[in-house]
Design a protein around this ligand. Structure first.
Ligand code: FAD
Length: 560
């Protein structure tokens, strides 16, 4: 009877163990989890802290007793694996309550130790009231602080998705929240103009957002923590959530001499086997080749961890038959009423990988605008200039973002192109979509770019235009123009443009923009077909431009 040991009993580990049992009824299967709980919902922790999930028990998908009853799997909680002896194929386990250490042998071992929050050596970082959020123990500590200390202000350090989910949930409890982020944008998975939509959402909800500033020290002052920023600014708050990022928890693997990859994660082959053939590894702790960029990556996401757990179990029981093809890190987050999602590669990743790309930005309605409740979503896609292969997509909106991002993910996952987006055969009735879905519209626009029907210019290129050789034309209505425009632009509404073409210079670069890009495209086509050679349409229109040129878009005067 083989013995399979699993280290880490949450996303990847619990999945691997349950799948192992479904494939091998006879095996001896033991999960070791150093925390107090197995198979809990990390992703639900911010919402429990914000009282959105009120019953703590709802966080526990499966218990140790449940594992025993249903799967005949021993799930040992409070049990930390302290070393792996690969020569003897055994591990040393410490019972954290009793302090006892015991050895146990294995036939196959699965590592799913997850990731640990980054905690840089900032003076005062260990002060009472400063928290990281990784597990139920952290959650209970934060909850206790919220209940007992009733902080009125909270500082969230780091604008990643966990930090922002915490910001929203603390804000929902009536706590004043400040988010400080060292980069010039939150959510590194998004490109700048898409992150700007998140900035606007945060500030419009009353969250103070400080960008391009880092923490230099923390100091306890009574019940408050005084956080000093690099800029010299001081922020006093009743609690601090540190959410600066996570790194793969590779201590055990490293000490056991398993190979690590260039990004610092546990190296695995396509079968999720480590450098030791009897040890498999899954989840946040591993790195693998990104399917598009072919660069090593680590994804800190629950979906890949669960899928990898299943594949590792299949390969352990059935021999190495199932290949892991990598993850394009499809992700979604709720930031107050905004939903932001991304899949595949963003501009930064493509640049670093030296992959040429084109970008298009469209703003489409979530469903038919004549049916009540339609909202606009911003869709950015990145694709190959040579054959239109879709590389990445990012969406920010209020409704239907999750379903669209999954469509993009599916097209990218099978190597599809922007032309597949045009053909995407979607379900349509007015409450759900339009006859042309936002996915189709992204495809139409990208195809126009690819086929040379339209040439785009991006928001960050506008500042570099030379007024002596370029002319900016705002083709929105006079009323829209009055609410704010790009400095230097003249206003010729699209419906008047045809009759005024004779007034416009033919020796200049013409940059056209409208609210979101559609009227701009109509105008650009009109001009190109009327003998104007160098005509560009501003991608995403004035909406994208005005959001992106301001780091904190809540301060922008007008936006269409
Ligand atoms: P984990 O699920 O973290 O499990 C690792 C376990 O191993 C830990 O419980 C740890 O105690 C245990 N362990 C480590 N070393 C040892 C040892 N030596 N001995 C015994 N036990 C050990 N992802 C999403 O896709 N969507 C979300 O919305 C989302 N929200 C999140 C919110 C929060 C607050 C957090 C913390 C994470 C969130 N994630 C989300 C990320 C997701 O939870 C992780 O990607 C996923 O859990 C990784 O699975 P894993 O098995 O690799 O690690």
């Amino acid at each position: 009877m083989p013995r399979y040991l699993v280290i880490g009993g949450v996303a990847g580990g619990a999945t691997a163990a349950a799948r192992l049992r479904r494939l091998d009824e006879k095996a001896d299967i033991i999960i070791y989890e150093r925390g107090g709980h197995v198979s809990y919902a990390n992703c639900g922790l911010p919402y429990y802290l914000g009282d959105v999930i009120r019953d703590r028990n709802r966080l526990f998908v499966q218990t140790a007793a449940g594992f025993k009853n249903r799967f005949n799997i021993e799930a040992r909680v409070g049990a930390e694996v302290i070393s792996i002896n690969r020569g003897e194929k055994s591990i040393l386990v410490k019972d954290l309550a009793a302090g006892e250490v015991s050895a146990i042998s294995y036939d196959k071992l699965v590592l799913s130790p997850g990731a640990e929050p980054v905690k840089p050596p900032i003076p005062g970082i260990d002060a009472d009231g400063i928290f990281t959020l990784r597990n139920v123990i952290d959650t209970d500590r934060i909850k206790k602080h919220l209940v007992e200390k009733k902080p009125k202000k909270a500082l969230v350090v780091g604008g990643g998705f966990i930090g922002l989910e915490m910001a929203e949930n603390l804000h929902g409890l009536g706590i004043g929240v400040t988010v400080v982020e060292m980069a010039d944008q939150v959510m590194a998975n998004l490109d700048r103009e898409m992150a700007s939509e998140v900035h606007q959402q945060l500030t419009s909800q009353g969250v103070e957002l400080i960008l391009k500033d880092g923490v230099s020290s923390f100091e306890k002052s009574g019940n408050e923590i005084v956080t000093r920023l690099s800029s010299g600014r001081e922020i006093s708050s009743g609690m601090v959530i540190l959410s600066i990022g996570v790194r793969p928890d590779t201590k055990l693997a490293k000490e056991a001499g398993l190979a690590l990859g260039p990004r610092g994660g546990i190296a695995v082959n396509e079968f999720l086997q480590t450098s030791d053939p009897d040890i498999y590894a899954v989840g946040d702790a591993i790195e693998f080749m990104h399917p598009l960029t072919k660069q090593p990556v680590i994804t800190f996401l629950a979906g890949p961890a669960n899928k990898q757990g299943r594949i590792a179990a299949d390969n352990i029981v059935g021999g190495n038959t199932k290949k892991y093809c990598g993850s394009i890190a499809t992700a979604v987050a709720k930031i107050f009423s905004l939903t932001v999602a991304s899949t595949g590669a963003n501009e930064k990743m493509l640049k670093v990988s030296g992959i040429p790309y084109l970008a298009s930005i469209t703003h489409s309605a979530s469903h038919a605008t004549y049916y009540p409740g339609a909202t606009q979503m911003s869709v950015k896609i990145l694709f190959s200039p040579s054959d239109g292969t879709l590389y990445g997509a990012q969406i920010a909106g209020y409704d239907g973002v999750d379903k669209r991002i999954d469509v993009f993910s599916s097209v990218i996952g099978r190597g599809g192109s922007v032309r597949d987006l045009i053909e995407f055969d979607h379900a349509y009735a007015p409450p759900y979509s339009s006859a042309k879905d936002p996915v189709n519209i992204a495809g139409f626009t990208a195809e126009n770019i690819l086929d040379g029907l339209t040439r785009t210019i991006h928001w960050h290129e506008i500042g570099g235009l030379d007024p002596t050789s370029a002319m900016l034309i705002d083709v929105r209505t006079a009323g829209e123009f009055k609410t704010g425009t790009i400095p230097g632009a003249i206003n010729i509404p699209v419906d008047e443009l045809r009759s005024r073409l004779g007034d416009l210079p033919r020796d200049k670069k013409i940059v056209i923009f409208c609210a979101v890009g559609l009227r701009g495209h109509v105008a650009a086509r009109m001009m190109l077909q009327s003998g104007f050679d160098d005509v560009r349409n501003l991608a995403g229109g004035y909406k994208t431009y005005s959001l992106a040129v301001n780091n904190i878009p809540g301060t922008v005067g007008a936006c269409c």
